[in-house]
Design a binder for this molecule. Structure first.
Ligand code: ADP
Ligand code: MG
Length: 257
C-alpha cells in the first residue's frame, strides 16, 4: 500500500473485502474521528461496525425474501385490543424467540380472520431478523413439496434439508382435508422435526377435529402428541378482523363466544 493515496487504497481494499458499506462510511467516520480525537482502535471499530450492521440488516432482508411469506406482517402491527384472547405477554415472550433456540413449537388455533397467519408471519420475520432461516408455506404446499420429493425417491434428503432450517411455518392446517398419503407425509415432517427444529402451525380446527382433517384419528393423535409436547398453543377467539369495518357498531369484545 502506498502512503500517498489512502482513499483510493481504502476504496480498492473495501472492494476486495466486499465491504461496500464500510467504503461509503470511511470518509465521514475519518472526519468525525479527527474532530473528536478517536483512537485508531475506535476508528477501526466504527468502520467495521458499519459493515457488520449493514450485513445484519441485509441478511435479515435476504432471509425474509427466502422465507416466502405471503405478506409482510409484524408483531408491532398486531392490535391487541381487537384480539382479547391473546395476552400481550404471551406474544412478547414468543417474540423473544426462545422457542426457536429451544426447538419448541407454536400452534395458533382459531376461526378465520383472527390473526393466525399474521402472528405466524410476525414471528417468522422476527426470526429472520435474528439470524434464523425460516420457510413459510401452507400445509397443502408443504405436502405437495414432500410428495414430489417422495416420488423422486428423495424424501429422506428433503426432510434432512428442511431439518437444517430452524423454523418452518405450516399455515392453514385443516382448510383442506388430507388424503391418506398426504397425511402420512405431513406426519413424517412433524416427526422429523420433533425436538430437532421448530414449527409454527396454524389451524382453523381444534385438535379434536384433526382426526377428520387427516382422515385417521390415530395418525392425528400421534402428530398432535409430537407437535404439542414442547409447544405454546395459542387459541384465538372472536370475530374476523377482515370483517371488523363492516359493522362498526359492534364492539370488538362482543361475541367472543
Ligand atoms: P387468519 O390467518 O386467522 O385467518 P389473518 O392473520 O390472515 O387471519 O388475518 C386477516 C387479516 O386481518 C390480515 O390482514 C391481518 O393482518 C389482519 N388482522 C387480524 N387480526 C388482527 C389484529 N388483531 N390486529 C391487526 N391486524 C389483524
Ligand atoms: Mg390464515
Amino acid at each position: 500500500m502506498t502512503q500517498m493515496r489512502p482513499s483510493s487504497d481504502i476504496a480498492y481494499l473495501c472492494r476486495a473485502l466486499k465491504a461496500p458499506s464500510m467504503a461509503r462510511a470511511v470518509d465521514r467516520l475519518a472526519q468525525r474521528a479527527r474532530q473528536e480525537e478517536w483512537s485508531h482502535e475506535e476508528f477501526l471499530a466504527a468502520c467495521l461496525e458499519r459493515e457488520v450492521a449493514a450485513r445484519q440488516t441485509n441478511g435479515g432482508e435476504l432471509r425474509i425474501k427466502a422465507a416466502r411469506f405471503p405478506a409482510r406482517k409484524t408483531i408491532e402491527d398486531f392490535d391487541f385490543s381487537f384480539q382479547r384472547s391473546l395476552h400481550r405477554d404471551t406474544l412478547l415472550h414468543l417474540g423473544a424467540l426462545d422457542f426457536v433456540a429451544g426447538r419448541d413449537n407454536v400452534v395458533f388455533l382459531g376461526p378465520p380472520g383472527t390473526g393466525k397467519t399474521h402472528l405466524a408471519i410476525g414471528l417468522g420475520i422476527r426470526a429472520c431478523q435474528a439470524g434464523h432461516r425460516v420457510a413459510f408455506a401452507t400445509a397443502t404446499d408443504w405436502v405437495t413439496r414432500l410428495a414430489e420429493a417422495h416420488t423422486a425417491g428423495r424424501l429422506g434428503d428433503e426432510l434432512t434439508r428442511l431439518g437444517r432450517i430452524p423454523l418452518l411455518i405450516v399455515d392453514e392446517v385443516g382448510y383442506i382435508p388430507f388424503e391418506a398419503e398426504a397425511a402420512n407425509l405431513f406426519f413424517q415432517l412433524v416427526s422429523a422435526r420433533y425436538e430437532r427444529a421448530s414449527v409454527i402451525v396454524t389451524s382453523n380446527k381444534p385438535f379434536s377435529r384433526w382426526g377428520e382433517v387427516f382422515g385417521d384419528p390415530v395418525v392425528a393423535a400421534a402428530m398432535i402428541d409430537r407437535l404439542v409436547h414442547h409447544a405454546e398453543v395459542v387459541s384465538l377467539k372472536g370475530d374476523s378482523y377482515r370483517l371488523k369495518d363492516r359493522d362498526l357498531r359492534r364492539m370488538p369484545t362482543d361475541n367472543t363466544e
